[in-house]
Design a protein. Structure first.
Length: 473
């Protein structure tokens, strides 16, 4: 663990010794999706050795779950990341050299998995899950490496055959492109971003140009939802470096390479789900800077350039429908909660903060898990594909979302769910269905701003012999 650069006291506040301890708790890359009515929000309480857990409640206002916290085995939990389906959570333990693995129950509560921890280098810091949920990456500050894991079907992590890749000194931010094809890691000592290609089974390999220069002491890094822009917070420089992303994922500075931070001591960064706004926590400024991402992702401050937060604002998370924002306050033991105005400005909610544990750092938002049941596809007559989508925890139907029906890898047809959560469609073309071997029939929900993706394999019934030919429409 690095020591504080200054280790001073400003206005009676505890500074670097505390914040370097917490560095890396931010959840980077694509933010987990959530529902404003039933999302689950998790906060790493680094000073308490625990994770606080909340329900999103009505209009995104947080309320503690029962129990309100779950203890970690060590005293310095740092990073947290969630699986895209909202079923598992991973928390790094800075002093213990491990990652805690949790299952997320239907009511949102965390519980340790059967194998509660897995080793992850010396001083594991930031953690991120790939968009397809199949890979997890963890930065190590002391060994200057990135640990890489495969996610097993039950959510447990398994090291890849090459368990680590080399990176820069004192790694901080970690972000994955929305496509899952590129990974970016900031190095505080090197003042650069390390950039990697993602190969088979999630294995990382350095790009042909392994690093790109940043400003002084880069910390947070985030990728825009369209994958076209990357933003890096330069703490000591007081700027945000902004980059265009090339066709191979490589970064190149935008024509205006940096934008001045409008607060004080910029720390971490988040991009709104629609890509139109960018937010930066200002650690000693006790505020959040607000930007508009204009043409080609270039940033400019909003008319109200900052909004007040608590003491030592740290991590930022936004609900993927873009209506709610949350900021952890490391020095005041709270999480600030905001409504997001149509123009992107953050507006404190009626109850502006919720209480967390001691030294809240990273924050993550879980998608609302869904359950998809595919109805049998009857052969020998008119084809009619059908499936029903519900919320896993309550069984409530999910209406108005698109389901796709696939035979092997080809799309059979698609339809939107009705008020009962059921989608039904018939193909509009001739369909050849080989019976030996039988094709794989599936229904797929890709997920959206509120609900986690899910899929289900359906049965084929009333098989004919050889090849069935069904002409519909």
């Amino acid at each position: 663990m690095a020591e504080g650069r200054r280790g001073t006291t400003i206005g009676g506040k505890r500074t670097d010794a505390l914040r370097w301890l917490a560095l890396g708790a931010v959840v980077l890359g694509t933010l987990a999706s959530a529902s404003t009515a039933s999302a689950f929000v998790y906060v790493v309480d680094q000073g308490a050795g625990a994770v606080s857990q909340f329900s999103g409640g009505a209009f995104g206002a947080l309320s503690p779950l029962a129990p309100p916290t779950i203890a970690t085995a060590g005293n310095t939990p740092t990073g947290i990341a969630l699986s895209p389906n909202g079923e598992h959570a991973y928390v790094t333990e800075l002093s213990g050299g491990s990652v805690y693995q949790y299952a997320i129950a239907t009511g949102g509560a965390l519980s340790p998995m059967s194998t509660p921890t897995i080793a992850a280098g010396s001083a594991p810091f930031a953690v991120a899950v790939s968009p397809n949920g199949e890979s997890v990456y963890v930065t190590s500050r002391d060994s200057d490496t990135i640990s890489q894991f495969h996610v097993m079907p039950d959510g447990a992590l398994r090291p890849l055959s090459t368990p680590t890749v080399i990176a820069g000194e004192q790694l901080s931010g970690l972000a994955i492109s929305p496509s899952g094809e590129s990974v970016y890691v900031t190095s505080e000592i090197g003042n650069d971003v390390w950039q990697y290609n993602v190969g088979p089974h999630g294995a990382l390999s350095p790009m042909s140009v392994a690093t790109v220069a940043t400003g002084a002491v880069p910390l947070g890094v985030a990728v825009s939802p369209d994958g076209a822009s990357v933003y890096v917070v330069d703490d000591a420089g007081g700027t945000i470096s902004q980059y265009n992303v090339g066709s191979g994922g490589e970064l190149a500075p935008k024509p205006t390479a940096t934008v001045a931070d409008t607060g004080g001591d910029p720390y971490y960064v988040a991009v709104s789900p629609n890509g139109r706004n960018v937010y930066v926590s200002n650690y000693t400024g006790d505020s959040v800077s607000q930007y508009r991402a204009g043409a080609h992702g270039a940033l400019r401050p909003l008319g109200v350039p900052t909004v007040a937060a608590g003491v030592y604002p740290f991590d930022i998370a936004l609900s993927p429908n873009g209506l709610n924002a949350y900021v952890t306050n490391l020095g005041s033991g709270t999480i600030s909660q905001y409504d997001v105005a149509p123009g992107g400005e953050l507006l404190p909610k009626g109850v502006p903060t919720a209480t967390t544990g001691y030294h809240p750092a990273g924050v993550a938002i879980a998608w609302v898990p869904t359950h998809l049941v595919t109805h049998p596809l009857k052969l020998g007559g008119a084809l009619e594909a059908s499936a029903t989508l519900t919320v896993s925890s309550t069984g409530a139907p999910v209406a108005g979302v698109k389901l796709r029906f696939l035979l092997d890898r080809g799309e059979l047809c698609s339809a939107r769910t009705d008020a009962a959560g059921t989608a039904t469609c018939t193909p509009k073309r001739a369909v050849l269905i080989p019976i030996a071997p039988p094709p794989r029939y599936r229904a797929v929900f890709a997920g959206n701003a509120d609900y986690a993706p899910s899929h289900d394999r359906g049965r084929l019934v009333q098989p004919c012999f050889g090849i069935c030919i069904h002409k519909i429409g």
